[in-house]
Design a protein around this ligand. Sequence first.
Ligand SMILES: [Fe+2]
Ligand SMILES: [Fe+2]
Length: 465
Amino acid sequence: MNLYERIPNNVNLSEDKKLQRALEKWLPNFLDWWHDMGPEGFQNKDVWLRTAVDVGSEGWAHFDYVKMPEYRWGIFLEPPQPDAKIGFGDNYGRPAYQEVPGEFRNSLRRIIVTQGDTEPASVEQQRQLGKTCPSLYDLRNLFQVNVEEGRHLWAMVYLLHRYFGRDGRDEADALLERRSGNPDKPRILEAFNQPCDDWLNFFCFTMFTDRDGKYQLSALAESGFEPLARTCQFMLTEEAHHMFVGDTGLNRVVKRTAQLMKQGDVRELGGVPLDIIQKHINFWFSYSLDLFGGEISSNSADFFAAGLKGRYKEQEQYQDHIVAEQNFTMKVVDEGQVKDREVPMRNALNEVLRTEYVRDCEKGLARWNKSLADEGISERLFLPSSRFHRHVGEYAGRHFDIEGNLITAEEFEGRKAEWLPTIEDREYVRSLMHAVTEPGKIANWIAPPATGLKGKPFEFEYVRL
Ligand SMILES: [Fe+2]
Ligand SMILES: [Fe+2]
C-alpha cells in the first residue's frame, strides 16, 4: 500500500511511470472540479472522516479530522485472486481477463463510464446540503458520502486510464465536464440529473439510488474482467455506509413524524407529514428502478454472455452460470393490457437484478413501518408498483397508478399530486431546513440517531465549524 505518494494506491503506480504521469495530470483537474462542484462552504473545516488506508477487512477505515480537499483520494483494489476464472456466460471457467478483450472493449468502456459518471454526479446534486444540515452528525455523514463518491470516481478513472488508452483518457476528462442537471451537458442517467437539495431528498437518494449502486457494483464485482471486479469489491465496502445513512435517516424522519402525529397536526408542529414522505419514496424509488435498464434487454444478454456483468451473488446464489436455456416470465403491456410474457433469461437479467433490489428496499420499508408501529401509529409506508412512473424500459411512455394498473395520461395528470411531490410539498420541506450545528442538537423534523459513529456519542463534534 503506497499511502504517501501523491496518489495513494495499492496498484504499484510508481512502477508504471506513463500511467502515473497521466493520472497526476488528471489530479489537479479533479481538485478543480471538487473545488467548483463539491460541497459548497466547509472546505477548510475539520471533518471527522474515515479514510481508506488498507483494503484488508481489518483497519481499512481510519477515522480522524481531515479537511475535505486534503482527503486521501486514492486507487484501491482488492488483492488479485490467483487463478481467477470467468464465473458465468459463454466463457465460463476460462481464465479471467486481465486486459480488455478487443471484442468487448466498447461494452466494457460503456459500463465503466456509466458507473463512473454517477459518482461525481451525486456530489454535484448534494453540494448545497451542508448549509441546512439537521445536526453535525448528519453533516459529517454527508461529507463522508461525498468524499467517497469522489474516490469511486478515482477508481473508475484508474480503469479508464490503465486499460483503455487514448479514448479512456478522453472519457476520464469528460467525467469532470458533464454536470448534474445541466441541459447542455447533463449526467448520463436521469436519476443523477434530479435535484437533491433538501435532506428528505438526500436520505431518499442514499436509500434508493445508492442502493441501485450496490446492485450494479455487486453484478460487476464478479466480472470476468478482473481489474473491474477487484475495484468494485472494494467500492462496495464504502457504499454500505451510504445506504446506512439513507435507511437510518429516513427511519429517523418517520419516527419523528410519528411522534408529532400523536401530539397534533404535523405541519403545525414543524414535521414532515407522512404523505410527503410517501411521495418522496415514490419519486426516488421509481427513478432508481430506471437505473437497472430495460426489462427486456439485449445488452444484459450480451454482457452476461461475455462474462462482464453477472447476477447478484452469482457464485453464491446460482448453480447454472451459463443460463442458456432458462426463461423468465415478466409483465409486459400488450394490446392495452398488462400480460405475462416469457423471455429468454439472459435478456431478463436487468429485471432479475431489479427484483433483488426491490426485495432489499422492502426491508427498509419494514424497518420504517416498525418505527410507526412502535410509536402506536397505524398508517404504513409502502413501495409503489415497479410499473409506476417509469422513464426507461417496458413501462416508459405509458401511465400506471401507484398499484401498477394501466391508466390514461389524463388520469395520471389528474392524480399525480397524490403520488409525487408537488412544488408546494417541496417548498414546504425546504421551509423546514435550517442548519442546526451545535454539538448534540438536532432539527425538530428528525429524531436523533440511536447511537453516534464509531464509538463516539451523538454529541461528539463531528465537524469543527
Ligand atoms: Fe459510489
Ligand atoms: Fe454511494
